[in-house]
Ligand binder design. Structure first.
Ligand code: M6R
Length: 570
């Protein structure tokens, strides 16, 4: 996941950009680079960590200017080599460019540019864009950038500078996030607010096809076709403390332990115990339409999709409303049928996931009402939905979603109860559900106290290469999420599935000692899960059960068992 940071102002750009790159490191990357304009373009690139780029910069003279761009790259087109690192330069006009996204028609453009005599030094789609800007440059950088962008298909967030225009920074976006931070006589542009917040809390996000030209005395925003745009300045809802480690070893650990606190924030002011109802200000203007809703389509990717699956069950279970979940990436390319009174809910931490955003647009175009369950305030999905509910879980620096998942499930529970109460649910029944919901942060606190037991289990099975995660009902999506986390964080193969599905083929994989994590808390399907546990054990698999505190061990119980405070079904 690439990162962009760019600066124009009166401060030295180099230290500011390097610090910005460090703030973006959490997104994952394999190389980094910087270009500073100090009379001429100084470019430095390095494979590996930002620290390696920093060391290289110390050994390289120059880089004294107050205008520059920098990038962390995650290789997509072309291997992890210095030649493929950004910034990329053109070969004629003194252009340097950084890019997040993918230029889909880069091969055809490259052939066209090679025929014009341009010589490429990398395998990347980004260099093609830099060359194209250079090819079109006739003394006006903004115009050349717009001309180039009219020729490309794909997604981009770019920042461009030119040796011949020492007072100009041009940035543009389509399908990849970019924020312009507005300071006093200076601008800090980044793909992520965490790289801006140390400098200013005033910013505006770019919409698709928007181009911003900045000089030290002002900026203007327009589309790639020259239509003027008035940007909406907003206050960044983030502080430095939120994006620092604060004593934890890594951000994922910090975010796991933040869950009780942030979920209290998610719930704050949204539960009315007296009236037995949920108060969701973000849905207020939409309440009448929502009551008429006959079908919900929840669309998302990855972890957010797993949370959406729980949302689907909740909407059916609590609000008795038809609901289904769709991968955004599948839904957007199908020919989906949207009947009258369909609500599409885009679930996304970042609010920027391209497939989720495009699925939302597809459903809107076909007449669906659009809701967002989003964490990042002012993100694309937040802007393009009719109404929505923010997660309020703070920035996700860890990349692997943890608190965002529990935040999404919490918000979807509130939406299901909101719908249920407006349709038929009695206040006292809703009040009881809300009491249980309100207890969740405390229960997470108690669960986190068992971390030493989880560590022991992990240590015991650390050498195993294949894991199963199994659950039924609400715990099936949770099992999928468990498997995703193990794959993503430990690079260990894991599969999640409904516990009953295991015997329809996957059971063949279970060999002696294979770890199978069962989510086996008390609930409607507890006995069924116990039968599935017996099946795994009979094949020699090792069962690791996540169970309700106080569950009495019986002969049927596995030896490894992590318990959590009573998770009563609502
Ligand atoms: O920002 P989003 O929630 O839309 O992101 C969707 C997925 O990429 C994301 O949930 C991903 O699966 C998790 N970060 C993995 O831990």
């Amino acid at each position: 996941m690439c990162g962009i940071i760019a600066y124009i102002g009166s401060k030295q750009a180099k230290p500011l950009l390097v610090e910005g790159l460090k703030r973006l490191e959490y997104r994952g990357y394999d190389s980094a680079g910087i270009a500073v304009l100090d009379g001429h373009l100084s470019v430095c690139r390095a494979v590996g960590r930002v620290a390696e780029l920093e060391e290289k910069l110390e050994r390289t003279p120059g880089f004294e200017g107050t205008l520059g761009i920098a990038h962390t790259r995650w290789a997509t087109h072309g291997g992890v080599t210095e030649a493929n690192c950004h910034p990329h330069r053109d070969d004629r006009s003194g252009i340097a460019l950084i890019h997040n996204g993918i230029i889909e028609n880069y091969a055809a453009l490259r052939t066209y540019l090679e025929e014009k005599g341009h010589v490429f030094t990398s395998e990347t789609d980004t260099e093609v864009l830099a060359m194209l800007v250079g090819e079109l440059y006739e003394g006006d950088l903004e115009r050349a950038v717009k001309g180039a962008l009219r020729e490309v298909t794909g997604a981009y967030a770019i920042a461009v500078i030119c040796e011949h225009e020492p007072d100009t920074l041009v940035v543009a976006r389509k399908g990849s996030p970019l924020l312009v931070g507005v300071g006093s006589g200076e601008y800090v542009v980044a793909s992520d607010a965490s790289a801006i917040i140390a400098h200013t809390s005033q910013a505006f996000p770019l919409d698709d096809y928007n181009v911003v030209k900045m000089t030290r005395s002002g900026f203007r925003t327009s589309t790639i076709n020259d239509a003027p745009v008035t940007p909406k300045l907003m206050q960044l809802e983030m502080d430095l403390e939120q994006i620092e480690l604060g004593g934890f070893s890594h951000f994922m650990q910090k975010e796991i332990y933040e869950q009780p606190r942030v979920l209290r924030t998610t719930l704050r002011g949204r539960i009315d115990h007296n009236e037995g109802q949920v108060v969701l200000g973000g849905l207020a203007s939409f309440a009448k339409e929502l009551v008429k809703a006959r079908r919900f389509i929840l669309t998302a990717q990855g972890t957010a999709l797993h949370a959406a699956m729980i949302g689907e069950y909740l909407l059916e279970d609590l609000a008795k409303i038809s609901a289904e979940v769709e991968y955004g990436s599948e839904f957007r390319y199908r020919n989906p049928i949207i009947e009258e009174n369909t609500v599409v809910v885009a679930v996304s931490q970042s609010g920027e996931t391209a497939d989720t955003l495009c699925a939302l647009r597809e459903a809107k175009d076909r007449g669906a009402m659009a809701l967002g369950v989003v964490n990042v305030v002012g993100s694309s999905i937040a802007r393009e939905t009719d109404a929505g509910v923010y997660l309020r879980v703070g920035p996700e620096i860890g990349v692997a979603s943890t608190k965002a998942f529990t935040g999404q499930v919490t918000v979807l529970t509130m939406i299901a109860l909101y719908m249920a109460r407006r349709r038929f649910m009695a206040p006292d029944v809703c009040a009881r559900c809300l009491r249980h919901l309100d207890e969740i942060p405390e229960k997470i606190e108690k669960t986190l106290e068992t971390d030493y037991r989880v560590r022991k289990v992990a240590e015991r099975y650390v050498e195993r290469d294949n894991w199963l995660f199994l659950g039924r009902g609400y715990n099936y999506p949770t099992a999928l999420e468990g498997a995703l986390k193990l794959k993503e964080i430990s690079y260990i193969h894991a599969e999640g599935m409904p516990a009953a599905e295991m015997k329809h083929g996957p059971i063949a994989l279970i060999d002696s000692g294979m770890p199978a994590v069962f989510i086996a808390n008390h609930g409607r399907q507890y006995d069924k899960v116990m039968s599935n546990i017996a099946e795994v054990r009979s094949r020699g698999g090792h069962v690791i059960a996540v169970a309700t505190e106080g569950t009495r061990r019986s002969r049927r119980w596995p030896r490894r068992c992590c318990t959590s405070p009573s998770a009563r079904s609502i």
